[in-house]
Design a binder for this molecule. Structure first.
Ligand code: GLN
Length: 540
């Protein structure tokens, strides 16, 4: 395709309507037609990136292969499209302003007054166009975070207005709203949608397509009414009804010809229907798997918010489908775990995931859970901080160093089995000071991790400051915890396992970030399989 097409996705009425899922679904349908597609997210907050944001407030921080700490919506984009996103795929108001202010300090503006329009909007537009110009995507889908009407969104809407004017048919706006059902009146209400579109229009942006989130089927007459009031064609009003899984959404959109409408509006040939066969096959398998008796997996962590472990939950759920089993992830708050209640807390759990995280809080409970899993031979998967806790628990209870710890939790621990890398010690700026992004790892042949991957050389994403202390490596190995994954350049330990147990593996990296719908992550698939096997052994 000669020219890149730009699709903007905005949202109104309420947050959390699933703009990320709609953006991903549109992307999937276009990708399935053979187009090169990427998706970008603009977050209207002032932070430079979400790396320093509390997961309680904002959900997980997603990490791209090129080492960017990003919004969790990028995880949806990668899971749906099986693409790699990068730094350019996630921008914040903070980064836009920083770049403009840096230019101003350098004198690039030659003494002119710097204003929101045109300087901030130009910087936003430059970042939208960058993906098309530099990487030659056929489609760049830009999701605007927040809700129309927020003060923070205004510069983004102004940028869309300008781009729609400049790009003509090559730009299009999809607006997502919500149609509430008033039980007392027994009616679905379109007024919030009308108001939201008015708000968008008052910023000079006319939406081309409206996607209405709803819990009930929307009638044709309701859609006609919305079309009439909002200056949108009837077939450009589509519904996004609650689905049993988010992975159904691309097909629900396809059934309403959303992809065809987009192509027509952008002056592209409609051609043949998209190649969604692999996606459909996944969904068929998933629907069957969801009928089975749930396999309970405990997710031990301190962030009591669904989105805080989004990628882990999705990776487990996908691994369930590929094992033809429904996986139920049960959050277990590590802050509440003690030796006295651990048996009850983990009752009925076929496997245990020890989650990633930062700081001291909730750590003692993780040790209790790990010790329980290790001594009862329950499949256990430690991720990042989870892996570090596995190493500390082993040092305390097997190697006999009762004061062993990570320097993150205890600066002065005499047995620093987890320690900070030399070069990180002097850094005081908390943003982006970690080992971030993909690093190579060589797996030891014959190990369980190697068997799961089926290969020796892997690349996985990192997000941490602390590392396994190699001074203790020999002691660990002699006592039965093996270091089976090593970074070939730095010699840092990436994977530990206890081979005599059914499945006890800890990874310093985050495998969850690279599990996608069509390419589930081998470690999660193998962990869920081991949990199924262990559960069925226990029941005979
Ligand atoms: N807090 C640990 C570190 O910085 C682990 C981080 C994580 O789990 N992502 O090394």
């Amino acid at each position: 395709m000669k020219e890149t097409k730009y699709i903007f996705v905005t949202g109104g009425v309420a947050s959390s309507l699933g703009k990320g899922i709609i953006s991903s679904s549109i992307g999937k349908l276009l990708q399935a037609r053979g187009y090169k597609v990427t998706i970008q997210k603009f977050d209207p907050y002032i932070n430079i990136d979400p790396g320093t944001l509390n997961p309680y407030e904002h959900g997980e921080c997603y990490v791209t292969v090129d080492g960017h700490e990003a919004d969790l919506d990028l995880g949806h984009y990668e899971r749906f499209l099986s693409i790699h996103t990068a730094k350019e795929n996630n921008l914040t108001t903070g980064r836009i302003y920083k770049s403009v202010i840096d230019k101003e300090r350098r004198g690039d503006y030659l003494g002119r007054t710097i204003q929101v329009v045109p300087h901030i909007t130009d910087e936003i537009k430059r970042n939208v166009m960058l993906l098309g110009n530099r990487y030659k995507f056929d489609f760049v889908i830009t999701e605007i975070g927040g809700t129309v009407g927020d003060i923070e969104s205004l510069p983004y809407l102004e940028s869309i207005r300008q781009l729609k004017w400049e790009l003509g048919q090559n730009a299009l706006c999809v607006h997502l709203t919500y149609v509430p059902y008033l039980a007392a009146a027994g009616e679905l209400k379109t007024k919030p949608t009308q108001h939201s579109v008015k708000e968008l229009q008052s910023a000079g942006v006319q939406p081309d397509i409206l996607v209405l989130r709803t819990e009930h089927e929307l009638s044709l007459s309701l859609r006609k009414k919305v079309a009439l009031f909002c200056n949108v064609e009837e077939h450009s009003v589509v519904q996004s009804i609650d689905a049993p899984t988010i992975y159904e959404v691309p097909l629900l959109m396809q059934a309403q010809d959303l992809d065809v409408t987009i192509l027509k509006k952008m002056g592209l040939p409609v051609g043949e229907t998209p190649q969604m066969a692999p996606w459909r096959a996944f969904l068929d398998r998933r629907r069957k798997a969801e009928q089975t008796e749930p396999l309970h997996i405990a997710l031990v962590g301190k962030y009591d918010l669904q989105d805080a472990y989004k990628s882990i939950r999705e990776a487990l759920s996908q691994a369930g489908t590929y094992n033809d089993r429904k996986v139920e992830v049960d959050f277990v708050n590590s802050e509440k775990l003690t030796e006295a209640n651990i048996e009850k807390a983990l009752k009925g759990m076929a496997g245990i995931v020890i989650g990633p995280g930062f700081g001291e809080r909730g750590i003692p409970g993780k040790f209790v859970a790990i010790q329980y899993a290790r001594t009862h031979d329950i499949p256990c998967f430690g991720i990042c901080l989870g892996m570090q806790c596995m190493a500390i628990e082993f040092a305390r209870n097997v190697l006999g160093y009762s004061d062993a710890n990570s320097r993150e939790m205890d600066e002065k621990t005499p047995h620093n089995v987890i320690d900070i890398m030399e070069e990180q010690k002097s850094i005081t700026n908390m943003g982006g000071t970690m080992r971030l992004g993909a690093y190579e790892c060589v797996l030891q042949k014959g190990s369980k991790a190697y068997k799961a991957y089926g290969k020796e050389h892997i690349q996985e994403r990192h997000r941490h400051r602390y590392e396994f202390n190699n001074l203790y490596k020999e002691e660990y190995e002699a006592a039965g915890m093996k270091c089976v994954g090593i970074n070939p350049e730095s010699d840092l330990v990436e994977v530990v396992e206890i081979p005599t147990l059914k499945w006890f593996i800890g990874t310093q990296f985050h495998p969850e970030y690279s599990s996608t719908v069509l390419n589930p992550h081998p470690l999660f698939v193998s962990f869920v399989k081991a949990s199924i096997d262990a559960a069925s052994e226990a029941s005979v």
